[in-house]
Design a protein around this ligand. Structure first.
Ligand code: FAD
Length: 451
């Protein structure tokens, strides 16, 4: 820590309602851990804020001490954007209150809320908004990148359900965002990431939902190839009451494995689509049944801070037989059981929304295909990163031209960020950035430089 920061930290502690964590403080090391164990950084100071005034004070302190700023919500971004060496972290993990207005069918979540906080609060009223599939992920962080999950086909991307926010922008002022006030910011927050300000609160439209038919179907063996084709045909073409993600990998003996996570919310007891998936080759386990939505949200998980991750992918126009074969070949050749490819279908409600209402491009894609290298030994870094890069490159012929910002690593070039929004969308976001963060203070993200 610089002498300047060291000497002034006492005054910073006094000026906040929240807590300051500096090297040597008891909770400092726990507070700098993020989801991806590949990232191990030591901030000069972590400001655990409890409201807009603390956030403005943190911005002010960073400016006057020439510190770079990172923002931490749930800590899940695989790029590790929530933590930085020698800079200041605006940590929102103490701001997790969620208020539900069941009559108006809206929920307001504080900027550090996780999906666990959110779903528990809204499900108490039999309501829901489509969120992420791992409940420790941050609500605001996921929403600002788009948001694909178990209810995407039914209710769209998470950002499509975002109706308002309160932001503290880097000059310390508070900006209200609704469909009528600063509506251009609402467009930017729907996919443009944490580029425009720190959200103290995000507000969502809610939908009635209590029970789903969901869980997981596991397949193994050579039949996985044909089951994946069936998954593509059934899910990609299914009615919007069925969302279903697929995870393709191998076991220790390089045998292909496939996990499907259907989430059906229609009124039929035995929907034909589920029957068709169940009868596909290689099924070894089936725990799909009627269950509360909160249980569905626990079907997929990934341990926090344990494994090293490198993800890269593309929105594709179609999932052809050739692409399925290519992915399977590369997964089996690599033969690493933790590493996998995630397939997320974008059929149904995402297609209802006008492209101009959200920054996230490629809602017209058939699938989001993400190569996810996962490992634990540092000496295996290069091998896994090369595999993820080469496998993602092999998807390119089917790509619509962009990837999913929420899954991007920090080494993505500006061209890939631009590609995620399309030329016109990127320029629109750059103009918005110039208005609210002209000095690019919020650059520890999938960054949109001001125009
Ligand atoms: C295990 C796992 C599961 C995931 N599942 C899904 C999924 O199902 N669907 C999906 O779409 N994505 C998913 N993601 C990706 C995830 O949505 C993004 O990485 C997202 O950025 C994580 O947000 P966070 O707050 O948890 O992370 P953080 O690392 O804390 O934050 C990431 C960035 O988000 C911004 N941010 C966070 N909170 C705020 C705020 N209040 N105000 C302003 N900016 C903010 C900041 O720029 C910050 O650097 C998953 C990631 C992981 C690791």
């Amino acid at each position: 820590m610089s002498i300047d920061v060291d000497a002034s930290i006492g005054a910073l502690r006094q000026s906040l309602e929240g807590v300051v964590l500096a090297p040597g403080d008891t909770d400092y090391d726990a507070a700098r851990v993020c989801f991806n164990a590949l990232v191990d950084r030591r901030p000069a100071v972590i400001v655990r804020c409890i409201g807009a005034e603390d956030i403005a004070t943190a911005f002010d302190y960073a400016r006057s001490h020439d510190l770079e700023v990172a923002v931490r919500g749930g800590g899940h971004n695989p790029a590790g954007h929530c933590v930085l060496d020698d800079g200041l972290v605006i940590d929102l993990s103490a701001m997790r209150r969620v208020e539900v207005d069941p009559d108006a069918r809206v929920a307001r979540a504080q900027g550090g809320s996780t999906w666990s906080d959110f779903d528990t609060s809204t499900q108490a009223f039999g309501l829901v908004t489509p969120g992420g599939v791992v409940v420790s992920t941050g609500v605001a962080g996921l929403t600002f990148g788009g948001g694909i999950g178990h209810l995407t086909a039914q209710h769209g991307l998470t950002c499509d359900n975002l109706v308002g926010a309160e932001l503290v922008v880097p000059d310390g002022s508070v900006v209200q965002v609704t469909e009528h006030e600063n509506a251009e910011l609402l467009y930017g927050l729907r996919g443009g990431g944490g580029n425009f300000g720190v959200a103290t609160q995000v507000e969502f439209r809610l939908h009635p939902l209590e029970r789903v038919v969901g869980g997981r179907l596991d397949y193994r063996g050579a039949g996985v190839r044909n089951t994946l084709r069936r998954y593509r045909d059934v899910v990609g073409g299914s009615p919007r009451d069925l969302s279903c993600q697929a995870v393709v990998g191998v076991n220790e003996s390089r045998t292909p494995e496939l996990l499907l996570a259907p989430c059906y919310t229609g009124s039929r007891t035995d929907p034909v689509e589920l029957e068709t998936l169940r009868s596909a080759p290689g099924l070894v386990s089936d725990d799909v049944r009627a269950r509360p939505f909160l249980e569905q949200q626990l079907v997929l998980d990934s341990p926090y801070g344990m494994n090293r991750h490198y993800w890269k992918g593309h929105f594709v126009r179609e999932l052809t037989d050739e692409l399925i074969d290519e992915l399977l070949l590369r997964i089996v050749e690599f033969g690493q059981p933790q590493s996998h490819v995630l397939l997320e279908s974008l059929h149904g409600a995402p297609k209802d929304v006008a492209a101009s209402s959200s920054a996230l491009a490629y809602r017209h894609a058939a699938f989001n295909v993400s190569v996810m290298a996962v490992w634990s030994e540092p000496e295996a870094d290069d091998r896994h990163i090369v595999w993820a890069r080469e496998t993602a490159a092999a998807i390119e012929p089917w790509s619509l031209g962009g990837g999913y910002a929420n899954y991007m690593q920090a080494d993505e070039p500006l061209e890939r960020i631009r590609g995620s929004y399309g030329e016109a969308g990127f320029e629109r976001l750059r103009a918005l950035k110039r208005r609210h963060d002209p000095n690019n203070v919020l650059r520890r993200n999938q960054n949109i430089p001001p125009s």
